[in-house]
Design a protein around this ligand. Structure first.
Ligand code: CMP
Length: 140
């Protein structure tokens, strides 16, 4: 089905100057960038975005990292976009990510893991609305 997913290029990958290389992977996989903005997240924004992880031991490190520099935030649209983006990203821990995935090629650690992508249709909807309130999807 045609879907939308939220993608974030994290501070490590922005600092490595690989936004374009990552966008090329999205495009080559048939995913279209339909909204995008660069942002320096505040602590409150990062904490709100990752609120589901609030009780996890890695929460503070995650927030510290996400506010450590600018991020590139985009909505990707295409057939099966959520799963397709997760395939392109590879496993959360770059040490476990398959060869040729974004995390295997650009990530350094489970915290500095280059990209975020929504994990399900429900979270995609919430995450897209969080950063692009004008793009709320009401049609499905
Ligand atoms: P992301 O997909 O952005 O969602 C939450 C992030 O927390 C995850 O990527 C990782 O960068 C980070 N993280 C750090 N430690 C862990 C862990 N043990 N399990 C899952 N995510 C972790």
């Amino acid at each position: 089905a045609n879907e939308r997913t939220l993608s974030i290029i994290k501070p490590d990958a922005v600092a490595k100057n690989v936004i374009g290389q990552i966008y090329t992977r999205f495009e080559n996989a048939g995913l279209k960038v339909v909204a995008a903005r660069m942002a320096q997240l505040s602590r409150a924004e990062a904490e709100g975005f990752y609120a589901v992880h609030r009780e996890r031991p890695f929460f503070k490190d995650l927030v510290d990292f996400m506010v450590s520099g600018p991020v590139m935030i985009q909505v990707l649209e295409g057939d099966n976009a959520i799963a397709k983006n997760r395939e392109l990203m590879g496993a959360t821990d770059p040490k476990k990510a398959d060869k040729g995935t974004i995390r295997a090629d650009f990530a350094d650690s489970i915290d500095a893991n280059a990209v975020h992508g929504s994990d399900a249709p429900e979270t995609a909807q919430v995450e897209i609305s969080y950063f692009f309130p004008a793009l709320n999807v009401y049609s499905r």
